[in-house]
Design a protein around this ligand. Structure first.
Ligand SMILES: [Zn+2]
Length: 626
């Protein structure tokens, strides 16, 4: 695999910060590093056979402190063959994705992959791979290509690889493939041999079973040669709009002079992304919007009257979405974004998404918002989805929902997405919850994976807001952007940012909420003339906001930090708290299940967290009314 070498540094003055190999070194300490993969690809498509020949020049830079003697690539298309790991997974997971199944004559659901014929399977076959001109030994097992280097790659060195391969585009079973249900010919995702990810945790060589991704950042220069009637929507910027169909009047005129069999080249460039995707169809039409102080946004859809209006109506809300996201989560850094009809649902790639297009307005805007939000939480912050899928999907769902409420003038409750809490509580009750820190592929149930990734990940954020306060969460996102854009942050990195912004310790929260399935349950145990007795019925400590309404009509908000915080959140503004005096009490020690709040007036009503942001699994014991 690779050999670990000690990264030897001559002693430096500690006041000196130096950039070497892209690493920030302070004294002898390596703070952060990431690999880089810059691609140049030329693709020649045979649209009749749904095959293509590919050539790649890949510059791979080893910024790690390790010497490498092997590298790995993903060859995802190989998953779409009978007997693949993805096929087995479909046959054995308790609740397979219905898109990937077909019912036999007895009504029994079977893996569609198992039934694929020779012309409909997918493959990526490597003809040759060279390092600096030398042929390399390589082997493919499943969807991973293992390559033994001719020359070891030392820290800071760059290797130039030349790959030639042949691929067949599979029938669409998951995300990419040929002939979608909506009639799109080519949905080209996971379509090229992609350099695997190597970081401080080692290689990420997950067999493709239809789920998550991670990859190093790089620049892409992609030339696609295809029969002249096709229109392409892709990652990055189209470099030759006048020579192709769809993107300018000149382009349309020119291509019509070619004969039917003739091919033209589409040239795209994308900077600093970690996955390149495209789709092509002869019926595609293109429209364009411009976000002020932001990207050019392209909409590429089938020329179909039944969807033209909803797609046109979604353009302005999409522009507004970029404005909202840039304001709250940091400026969108690329010059383009393209929404393309294709695939089997909605999936995010570098500066592009493939979505199914036959939807009502709400659903179309919803999926566009979700996938664009991934430009932050997945692409710019390139979270390792194979490990921390909840951070990528949960944060995306959180941002998408807040933006939707604001853009469409919906009321914003203190807990803006209580329905996420309800989904999480249902999962807890189902008994099949597994810790969120589980590797994304390994959940026993797709249901449990889905709720944890999309829903519990959102609860994590809204509950974090409850712990550190509204203003601090907003500032955390903007600081996170400054510190982590174009990098691969982990949950720990986000937690550390929140700690630095709030001055509060959050190790306990991340550990208990992410790495375990523990739940929170606090209760109002007793109210007397001089005290309110609270109880922690769970093994999960939390700070408590306790709103008390006295019989004389006055209100008091008691704030009880938990000991672990080693500090206090500042007051938050909610209508619910208007007119209430705020009193900060002594910290509640996690070792003691009981806590007493002294009072001096008669109490009418007591409630633990009326904002409903505390994910307390039993609300029935959270309040008292005289
Ligand atoms: Zn998503």
């Amino acid at each position: 695999m690779f050999t670990q070498t000690k990264f030897m540094m001559k002693k430096m003055f500690c006041f000196f910060v130096v950039q070497i190999f892209g690493l920030t070194l302070f004294g002898q300490e390596i703070t952060y590093w990431q690999q880089r993969a810059d691609y140049e690809m030329q693709i020649d498509v045979d649209d009749a056979k749904f095959q293509y020949d590919g050539k790649m020049k890949l510059a791979y830079t080893n910024n790690s402190p390790d010497t490498m003697d092997k590298v790995y690539f993903h060859v995802y298309y190989n998953a779409f063959q009978p007997g693949s790991a993805m096929d087995h997974r479909l046959s054995n997971v308790k609740d397979p994705d219905s898109r990937m199944m077909v019912k036999d004559e007895n009504g029994i659901a079977k893996s569609r992959i198992a039934l694929l014929g020779k012309e409909d399977i997918g493959y990526q076959k490597i003809n040759s791979i060279k390092q600096n001109g030398k042929d390399l030994k390589h082997k493919i097992i499943g969807t991973i290509l293992e390559v033994t280097l001719a020359e070891v790659l030392k820290p800071g060195q760059k290797a130039n690889f030349d790959l030639e391969w042949k691929a067949q585009v599979p029938e669409i079973i998951r995300r990419g493939g040929k002939n979608t249900k909506e009639g799109v010919d080519f949905s080209m995702t996971q379509w090229y041999p992609k350099m695997a990810h190597y970081d401080e945790f080692g290689w990420h060589l997950d067999e493709y079973i239809g789920r998550e991704f991670v990859a190093p950042f790089g620049n892409f220069d992609v030339k696609i040669k295809i029969q002249k009637d096709y229109v392409i929507g892709a990652s990055g910027k189209l470099m030759n709009p006048d020579n192709v169909k769809g993107y300018s009047l000149k382009g349309t005129a020119k291509s019509s002079t070619l004969n039917a069999k003739e091919k033209i080249i589409w040239h795209f460039e994308a900077e600093n992304i970690h996955d390149f995707a495209w789709a092509a169809d002869k019926e595609f039409v293109v429209t364009q919007q411009k976000v002020s102080n932001g990207p050019d946004v392209y909409f590429v859809r089938m020329n179909d009257d039944t969807l033209a209006k909803t797609w046109q109506d979604s353009e302005t809300p999409t522009v507004k979405f970029f404005e909202y996201m840039s304001k709250h989560f940091g400026k969108y850094p690329w010059s383009t974004y393209t929404v393309v009809q294709g695939g089997d649902g909605g999936m995010e790639y570098g500066t592009v998404t493939l979505i199914t297009g036959k939807r009502n307005f709400e659903s179309l805007v919803g999926v566009i918002y979700h996938e664009i939000a991934h430009s932050w939480f997945q692409h710019m912050f390139a979270i390792n989805e194979t490990v921390d899928e909840w951070m990528d999907e949960g944060f995306t769902s959180y941002a998408e929902h807040l933006a939707y409420l604001e853009i469409f003038n919906k009321p914003i409750e203190p807990n803006p997405n209580y329905s996420a809490y309800e989904g999480y509580f249902d999962l807890v009750k189902s008994g099949v919850e597994e810790p969120m820190s589980l590797l994304a592929d390994y959940y026993d149930y797709n249901y449990s994976y889905g709720v944890q990734a999309y829903v519990k990940g959102q609860v994590y954020l809204i509950q974090l807001e409850y712990i550190i306060g509204k203003e601090n969460l907003k500032r955390t996102f903007l600081r996170f952007y400054d510190e982590w854009k174009f990098k691969h942050p982990t949950p720990n990195d986000f937690r550390r940012t929140a700690e630095k912004v709030s001055g509060l310790n959050l190790k306990w929260y991340e550990n208990l909420f992410v790495n375990t399935t523990r739940t929170v349950d606090y209760a109002v145990a007793n109210v007397s003339s001089n005290s309110i007795e609270l109880k922690n019925l769970s093994n999960f400590p939390m700070p408590i906001d306790l709103l008390v309404e006295y019989s004389d009509g006055s209100k008091e908000l008691f704030y009880i930090p938990n000991l672990e915080l080693r500090g206090e959140k500042l007051s938050e503004e909610f209508d619910l708290y208007k007119g209430a005096k705020r009193s900060v009490l002594e910290p509640w020690k996690w070792t003691n299940p009981d806590y007493s709040v002294k009072i001096s007036k008669e109490v009418k009503k007591v409630i633990i967290d009326p904002t409903l942001r505390l994910a307390d699994i039993n609300y029935s014991n959270n309040s008292y009314t005289k």
